[in-house]
Design a protein around this ligand. Sequence first.
Ligand code: XMP
Length: 513
Amino acid sequence: MNQDKILVIDFGGQYNQLIARRVRQCHVYSEVVPYTIDIEKLKDPTVKGFIFTGGPNSCYLENSPLISKEIYALGKPIFGICYGAQMIAHQLGGKVIHADISEYGKTDVDIIADSLLLDRFSKHTEVFMSHTDRISEVPEGFVVTSKTDNCPIASYESKERNIYATQFHPEVRHTIEGQKSIENFVLNICKCEPTWKSESFIDEQIELVRKQVGDKKVLLGLSGGVDSAVVAALLSKAIGKNLYCVFVDHGLLRKNEAEEVEAVFGPKGKYDLNFIRADAKDLFYKKLEGVVEPEQKRKIIGATFLEVFEEETNKLSDVEFLAQGTIYPDRIESGLGISAKIKSHHNVGGLPKNMKFKGLVEPLQNLFKDEVREVGTLLGLPDFIVHRQPFPGPGLGIRIIGDVTAEKVKIVQEADWIYREEIAKAGLDKEISQYFAALSNMRSVGVMGDSRTYDYAIVLRAVQTDDFMTAKPVMIPADVMTTIVDRIVNEVKGVNRVMYDFTSKPPSTIELE
Ligand code: XMP
C-alpha cells in the first residue's frame, strides 16, 4: 500500500485502536503495532509519523516497555499520549515522578503557549485524564504548552525535534477538542495526504482474504445482524462461491426477518455466495417447551443453534476456514474477562466444537461499529441491515418471559412490528438506541365490545445508550405512544393491555431476560 500512514505504537493502553480510528477519521490509514517492532519497518517512506499510546506501567521502573531510542533519530514526527508522553520525557532527559494527586476523568486545562499540536484549541477547555505518574521536567529544548490544577505539564512539544506530547487522552470523546490535535498532528505536522477511505479498506481486505484462504472454502454463520452481513458481502467480493453462509432460522426472529435476510443473500439477491437456510423453528420450540428459567432458555437456544449449525456444516466438505463478524469492541469485551456473569451471551465464544478449522477470517476485527456500517453501505447492503438496531442472538426467546410457544412468538412479532413501524413513522428510529416489544407472561382481565377478555400484556421498551452497559429509558411522545398502544390492542390477537417499561439499566437490563 503506497498511501501515507501513521503507526500507533502500542504500550498496552486501553484506547489504542481508538487512536488508530481517530487517525482514519482524518482519511489517513493507521494501524496499531507493538513497541517491539523492528526499527527497519519504521523507515518505510509511507510511514509519516508515530503515535505512542498510553499504558499501565511506570516508565522509570525496570522492565517497563520502552521504545528503541533509534526512533528519535529517524526525524519523523512523534506524538506521545499519556504513558507515551512520559516515556518520551524519560528517554530524552526529562523527569517523570509519581503524582501526589492522580487525575482521572474530565479535567479543566489551560493552554499556556503557542502550540502546533494544540493549534485551534480554545484557551480553556476540557480533557480526559487518567494517570498516576506525571512529568515533572520536560527535556531540554521542549516547551510546556498546557497545564491543569494538578498537572503542571499537561502537554509539551518541540517543533525543532518534531516531537509532541499530551498527558491527556485526545482520542477519548471527553477531550472535547481532542480530534483537532489528531488532525493537527496527522495533516499539518506529518503532512499526510488525506486519501484513505473505507473503499481502500475493502480493497485491502479483499487482497488479504484472498492471500489467506487461496482457493479454499470458507464458512460463515450469518445472523442477519450488521457485522456478519458485512463480512458476507465483503467475502462474496473476495472469494465468491467459495463462501458458504449458513443462516439458522430459530423461529425467534422478528417478523419477516428471515425472509428479508434471504432476499438479500439468497439466490435472488445480488451477492455471489452459497446461502444455506436452515429452518429449525419446530426443533427450537420443542426444546423450549415448558422451560421458564432465563439462563436455561439461553443455554438451550445456544446449544440447539450449534446443533443445527453443525448439522448443516457437516453436509459441506473441505471447508478449511471459519469467518466471523468480530469487531473491535467485541475483542475488548472478551478481553476484559467480565467479572460477574450477568447473562450468558450465546454467540460469544460459541464455536462449533467438533469442527477443525485451519484458520479464522475476521476482516472487521479492528473496526468500530460506525466504520462497519460505512463499509456495509459501500458494499451495497440495504439500509435496514446497515442501520439495524442490535438484536440479541437468542432473539425473542429472551423477550418472552417464561415459557416460549409459537403463539407467544407470533404475538410479540406482531406487536413489535407495529411498534417499529410507528416509531419510524414518527422519525424517532434514529434517535433511540434500542426499542422493542416483549411479552410479559402476565394475563389480565379486560373488556372488548361487551365481552370479558383474559389476555396477555405486552411490554414496550425504548432506551438510549452509548455502550449498552448502562442505558436510560426514552420518553416517547404521548401521541405516538397512544397510536402504538391503540394499534397493538386492536390489531394483535391475544393482547388486551400494553405497559411501558421506564426503568434504567442498572438496575434493569435492556432485555427482559
Ligand atoms: P442487556 O439485556 O444485557 O443487553 O442489558 C445489552 C445489549 O446486549 C444485547 N444482548 C445480547 N446480544 N446475545 C447478543 O448477541 C445475547 O445473548 C444478548 N443478550 C443481550 C441486548 O439486546 C442489548 O443490546
